[in-house]
Each structure stands twice: as C-alpha cells, then as structure tokens.
Design a protein around this ligand. Structure first.
Ligand code: PHE
Length: 475
C-alpha cells in the first residue's frame, strides 16, 4: 500500500492546523460578533468556551485520528465499529457543505482583491450598491472581460487552487502551502494594525472593542460565542482528526493544541484590533456616530469605503494587502475542508489523491451554485419561507454551526463510552512522558467525561430551539 504521508514535524503540523483554524471566521466574523455582543464581554465568553470546551474536544479529536491513523470515517469505524462510522460520515458531509458556502465567500474576497489591486474599485462611491451588484454578477457571458469578473470564475479559481494544493499531498502540498501563507498572514495583519492605530479616532475604536458592555449580556451571547469558537477552531467534523492521522507518534498533542488555540484566538483578537480603529476612523471622516458593521457588509462594504477614504495609492496598498490576507486565511481553511472527504476516498476507496481532489472540488463547487444564486438572483433561495425569510447562505451556515457542536458532543461520548479514556490517555502520553502524572490529564479526563458532553448537549439543543422558534418564546 502506498504510504498515506505525514507532517514533517511539530512546526509543520502546528502551522497547518492553525491554518485550518485561522480563516474567514476570525477575520470577518469575529470582529463583528464581538462588536454586536458587547465587545470584551464576548471575548471573555469566547475564551471561556475555548478553555472549557474546545481545548478538550480538540485534544480528543487529534488523538483519535492519530491513534487510528485514518480519515474521519475510518477512525470512528476502526475504533468503534460501523455504527460509530456514521458519525464520521456525518462529519465528512458537514465539511462538504461548509466548503460549499465557504468557497463562495472566499471567491468574493478573491474578486475584491483583484478589483482593488488591478481594477478601479476604489473609485466607486456607493459600496453598498456595488456589493449588491457584485454578488449577483454570477456568470456574465456577454464579453470575455465580463466573464473573467464573474463570481462563477472567482469561486472556480479559488476551488482550483485548493484542489491543486490538496492534490499534491500532505507534505508537498498542504504543509508547504501553509508554511508559506501563515507567516505572511501574520505579517500583513501586524502591519495593518500598526497603520490603523495611527489613524484619527483609532482609540475610540479600541475602546469600543475592549471595554465590556454588560448590558449586552444575553443567553444568545453564549450561543454565539460557543458556535464561533467551534467554527473558528475547525472542531466537530473531523478536520483535526484527519490532520491528526498524519501526525507522528512522538509529537506532544496537548502542547500542540495549546499553541494552535492560542494562534487562532490571537488572530481573531488582532482582527478586531485591526477592524475597529478602521471603522471608527470612517465614522470620524464621515462625521457619523455609527456605521453598520454586522454580517457581510463589514468587510465587503464598510472596509472598502475606508480604503477609498485613504486615497488612491494608500487605499490600493492597504486594501490590496487586506484582501490578500483574507484570501490566504480562507485558502488555508478550504484546504483543510477539502482534505476531509479526500482522505476518506483515498483511505477507504483506495482512490488516487489527485483524482479525488479535483473530482470532489468540482462537486463541491456545484453545491456552491445555489449559495451564489441565493444573494438575490433566485428569490426562492433569497427568502426561504421555512427559515424566517433568511437566505440559503445563512441557512446552510447555521445548520453547519449546529452540526459542529453536536459532532463535538458525540465525539466526547465516543471517547468515554466506546474508545475509553484509558486508551486516549495512553495515546496522549506518547510524546509526553509526564502526562500520566499531570494535572492536565485530570483536567482533560474530567472535562471530556462530564463537562463537554453535558454542556455541549444542552447548549446544542438550546441553539436549535433558538434558531427555529426563538428561545425567549419557549422559556
Ligand atoms: N476555522 C475556519 C475559520 O475560522 C473554518 C473551518 C471550519 C475550517 C471547519 C475547517 C473546518 O474560518
């Protein structure tokens, strides 16, 4: 049998797993969620979720993957039999759906990068209408230029880059790409923050971001924090299980997970520190007290307007770098999402990596077409009757969020009831000789046995009730 491949070592694994974690979730979602949910209060809840729930789940996932040495389905199936195998298949399916919408949004960012760096996006005056027009420009067949500027092409190119990298294998493709993109990503982020902090009114943005507003503390803040933490750390669907299966036995899992979590959280935190000074600079320029920062408008409407205010040259440089950053963050995550089903077909069906990478990329691209069409072009998808009139993109992303916390909960149950904590501990003591006598072992065993399954179970049910019926009306 051909070898499955593995990571070259600790640095490669950590950068790659952090690459999966750092993505659109950090740069686009985290800042506006924090802004909407009381700034530092949200940050606090988020950190609480990471310590108590995400850290143990991530350790569990990676150790299952490394122990079994297989894809998500294969790992559950090998350690728990075919019934648990379904949990693996569920995760793989969720991954496919996440990638289907994630790639569309990544395509938008890629389109904006091209429009700012090589086009004249910065001479626009109304970015809100531009965005509305842009997302609905799906396939323009009237001219070659129109075609090249369609979302169909942006998203297809993004998916092709993903397939190209995944097709090259673990070390030569995935690890190599992450080793290049991740350091650049950090560098760009730091540069933009330093610049943003020098702008007029920047400190007002920092205050808004960091001073807790306890009035905003609602039960939904906890739901949002938990969903965001799971999504941001790529948990609950088998990404890290799959990556873990390529990890060598002498690597220390708990300490790598700590580094990965810190890397991810710091990028989310820094993204807020980049965005809010910029937003408050804009408020100052326009002499308004508030600009809308919720949802997609933040990076696709508000930020371009800010780059416009910076003037043609500086706006091009900062705006271009910003969207390059978003593209790198997104690409390191799409790679990890595609790897989940690819590993499944390679391990279970013995298919060739390159072939399945391109085949699955095509399939998932097609699954993304309704997402593109849901932004206005097809009214039925734009306003889903059964989902409070929200669009298909919101629906599918909400469903995936819920699946992640449910998947995390079931994984803990799997470890405790099927695989057994003893086996997990044995796996964790490889590469970490002091583990068995450590406090960390007690902490992990306690959280995985009691805290995570119970809390994740209760919260998942509450999130589902809230999504479909509104939690206030039920309780
Ligand atoms: N963690 C990624 C982000 O924050 C998204 C992701 C979710 C990637 C699940 C892989 C698996 O953008």
């Amino acid at each position: 049998m051909a070898t499955r491949g593995n990571f070259s070592g600790r640095v490669g694994f950590i950068l790659t797993a952090a690459g999966s974690a750092v993505g659109l979730g950090n740069i686009w979602k985290f800042p506006y969620l924090a802004g909407q949910n009381g700034g530092a209060v949200f940050l606090f809840i988020y950190l609480f979720c990471i310590f108590l729930l995400c850290y143990p789940v991530m350790v569990g996932e990676i150790s299952i993957g490394r122990h079994a040495g297989l894809d998500a389905y294969g790992s559950y199936n090998k350690l728990g039999g075919p019934r648990w195998g379904y949990l693996g298949l569920f995760g793989i399916t969720v991954g496919v759906f996440i990638l289907s919408f994630y790639n569309v949004v990544a395509g938008w960012a890629f389109g904006y990068f091209l429009h700012i760096s090589f086009g004249d996006l910065l001479s626009e005056t109304d970015y809100s209408s531009f965005f509305g027009f842009f997302v609905n420009d799906i396939l323009d067949l009237t001219s070659a230029e129109g075609l090249a500027n369609s979302n169909f092409i942006f998203s297809a190119v993004f998916m092709a880059m993903t397939a190209l990298i995944v097709g090259r294998g673990i070390q030569k493709g995935i690890e190599a790409a992450n080793k290049i993109m991740m350091p650049i990503l950090y560098l760009i982020l730091i540069c933009i923050i330093v610049y943003a902090l020098t702008l007029p009114n920047a400190m007002s943005g920092v205050r808004y971001y960091l001073i807790p507003d306890l009035g905003e503390l609602k039960i939904q803040t906890l739901f949002e924090g938990l969903k965001q933490a799971f999504f941001s750390l790529s948990l609950g669907m088998g990404t890290l299980m799959t990556y873990g299966s390529y990890l060598k036995k002498n690597e220390n899992i708990p300490s790598s997970v700590a580094v990965i979590s810190i890397a991810d959280t710091s990028v989310a935190f820094l993204a807020g520190l980049m965005v809010f000074p910029l937003v408050h600079f804009l408020q100052y320029k326009l002499q308004v007290t508030e600009v809308a920062t919720a949802g997609p408008p933040l990076i696709f409407i508000v930020l371009p307007q800010i780059f416009h205010e910076m003037g043609p040259l500086l706006g091009k440089v900062i705006g271009g770098l910003f969207f390059l950053l978003v593209c790198f963050a997104a690409l390191t995550s799409t790679i990890s999402l595609l790897e989940v089903p690819v590993a499944y077909l390679v391990d279970q069906k013995k298919m060739r990596r390159r072939v399945v990478s391109w085949g699955l990329a095509l399939l998932i691209f097609v699954l993304g077409l309704p997402v593109m069409a849901s932004q206005g072009m097809v009214p039925a998808l734009n306003k889903l009757a059964f989902y409070k009139g929200q669009d298909y993109l919101v629906f599918i992303s909400d469903m995936c969020d819920i699946s992640l916390t449910v998947g995390g909960c079931l994984m803990c149950i799997f470890v405790v009831r099927q695989w057994k904590l003893k086996n997990m501990n044995e796996e964790l003591s490889l590469g970490n000789p002091g583990y068995n006598a450590s406090f960390l072992k007690k902490y992990l065993n306690f959280t995985i046995q009691y805290v995570c399954p119970v809390l994740l179970g209760i919260l998942s049910i509450m999130i589902i009730i809230d999504k479909f019926f509104g939690i206030e009306r039920v309780f």
